[in-house]
Design a protein around this ligand. Structure first.
Ligand code: SF4
Ligand SMILES: [Zn+2]
Length: 340
């Protein structure tokens, strides 16, 4: 089965049927997590709204992304979004960092209409210091960005899933629809609008070995640093209904080792310029997430989080465990020249 037909088979299964109004009034999830703000560790309020989700998931869908299953199967009405927002505000305890996700693009009118977008930002005005959302690059126009600063006086941060600065990796392995240059230009537009730009970099898309994946993400740090204020290395975790899950079930994909995250950070640190370099792995230490041997995972994950918060990367070089040898062996058995 070719990579293309795997992607098509998976994409057909993941979009839910249109939801009833009751389901559309409830957000997907909400939690609080650790984050860094101005060099200080703070609590971040995370909210996932239920929207129609990412249009690209219908067109082709990215090989590691299963977010379409958390969507409505249709656009949410302003009234439904207002219900979701009110339920979230009831749980908000003044966390200084607020992240609002939509399983797609916050700036796509089909997911969040412009009026609701302003109401959501406005609900946290004067309370949160920073508001983060995710978006595809094509929606970051000056006309869409400008009204946001009018309703939220704090810092606004737009996160873009650049994933890789290598055009082939991005289009053929990740299945993104825009080339890296469009992400760079979007980062520049976001900053020109007075906002912060963040890029996600994917560690180990399908069909890359550990060494290739590290080389790809480190090169991406160097290429992206001039366009973004922060770069987040996101090791793949296996989401339901994705190409990587299809491969994983057939023993053709292993999530990255945590040692690969460590090396990506220590190598990337030297190339990051003025950008912050962070990594907060999802499902770290689990079989379906980035993991090592099981004995050292918590310790290594804690060190990765500490380096992300403090921007001090040297302690990562002191980590040790017997499984590091296994990881080195895996890398030495990969085809010669893959890191060139
Ligand atoms: S990774 Fe982003 S662009 Fe790709 S399908 Fe998921 S939400 Fe859409
Ligand atoms: Zn170990």
């Amino acid at each position: 089965m070719s990579a293309r037909s795997i992607a098509r088979a998976v994409a057909d299964e993941r979009r839910p049927a249109p939801a009833e109004p009751d389901a559309a009034r409830q957000f997907v999830n909400q939690w609080v997590e650790a984050e860094a703000l101005g060099g200080k560790e703070v609590r971040a309020f995370v909210l996932i709204l239920k929207t129609r989700g990412c249009y690209w998931a219908d067109v082709k869908g990215c090989s590691m992304c299963g977010y379409a299953k958390d969507t409505l199967g249709r656009s949410a009405t302003p009234d439904e979004l207002a219900h979701q927002l009110q339920a979230a505000i009831d749980r908000y305890r003044g966390e200084p960092y607020v992240k609002v996700y939509t399983s797609g693009s916050f700036l796509d009118d089909r997911e969040v209409d412009p009026g609701s977008r302003r109401r959501i930002l406005g609900a946290f005005a004067g309370k949160a210091h920073r508001f983060l959302f995710e978006t595809l690059p094509e929606f970051t126009t000056p006309e869409v960005l400008a009204p946001l600063s009018e309703v939220f006086p704090g810092e606004i941060e737009a996160a873009l899933g650049l994933e890789s600065a290598n055009a082939d990796v991005l289009s053929r392995l990740v299945n993104k629809g825009s080339p890296p240059e469009e992400y760079f230009a979007a980062g520049d537009r976001v900053r020109a609008a007075g906002m912060r730009a963040k890029a996600y970099l994917l560690l180990k898309p399908p069909y890359l070995g550990e060494g290739e994946a590290i080389a790809d993400v480190v090169a991406s740090v160097g290429a992206a640093r001039a366009h973004f204020d922060s770069l987040s290395i996101n090791p793949v975790h296996i989401q339901n209904g994705t190409v990587v899950e299809w491969l994983y079930h057939r023993r053709r994909y292993r999530p990255p080792w945590l040692w690969s995250v460590v090396e990506s950070m220590t190598e990337g640190a030297a190339l990051r310029g003025a950008a912050r370099l962070v990594s907060f792995p999802t499902a770290g230490g689990l079989a379906r997430g980035p993991h090592n041997c099981g004995r050292c995972d918590r310790r290594v994950l804690a060190a990765i989080q500490r380096a992300s918060l403090t921007q001090e990367f040297e302690p990562l070089r002191e980590l040790e465990c017997g499984c590091r040898r296994n990881w080195e062996t895996v890398r030495s058995l990969e085809p010669v020249g893959v890191e060139a």
